[in-house]
Design a protein. Structure first.
Length: 178
């Protein structure tokens, strides 16, 4: 009897340690990381020509970089959830062949869409030199980094999307992130 109780205690203790380790790993990978871009810059005390209260321009690229990172992360999560759902249908023994075929076609279409968005983002990034976020569907939405949008870039982006997809030009939206 005491051997059974000890075994149960050991199992419970090991489960508690495993849970604590999982919580630590989760915390470690999801904690906010303080980057040098977001930290205020320290100025030296030898700068005598600056007056207190003078206006200074601040580079907000950290905010826009964060927007693009978050948008790409959200898109990746949504795509992964879609993949998991389709894989569940494909691997299900209860699903009929028609459902499996439809899910397989949808999974292939999703994979092609992911690759196409990535390719278009790379091409636009090469043309503009800034961050870009592309969403494709029945229309195309392109978000460019602030300061990279002009009429020449718009024409180049529309040309890229027109060459890579069948989306009509009037359904292409190009905006600049703030």
């Amino acid at each position: 009897m005491s051997l059974t109780i000890k075994r149960k205690q050991i199992v419970a203790a090991s489960l508690a340690v495993a849970l604590a380790a999982a919580m630590f790993v989760n915390w470690y990978y999801t904690r906010p990381i303080a980057s040098a871009e977001n930290e205020p810059e320290l100025t030296s005390s030898t700068q005598h020509s600056a007056n207190l209260g003078d206006a200074h321009y601040v580079n907000a690229s950290g905010v826009t970089d964060e927007y693009f990172s978050q948008a790409q992360l959200n898109r990746a999560k949504a795509q992964e959830e879609s993949k998991q759902t389709l894989m569940t249908v494909i691997e299900s023994s209860q699903a009929d062949e028609e459902s499996k075929k439809t899910a397989n076609e949808a999974l292939e279409k999703l994979s092609q869409s992911i690759a196409l968005e990535s390719e278009i983002e790379s091409l636009i990034k090469a043309k503009t030199g800034g961050n870009v976020f592309v969403t494709l569907g029945e229309s195309a939405e392109i978000v460019l980094q602030k300061g990279t949008l002009n009429s020449e870039v718009c024409v180049q982006i529309k040309d890229i999307i027109n060459n890579k997809t069948e989306i009509p030009l009037e359904k292409i939206t190009i905006i600049e992130a703030k």
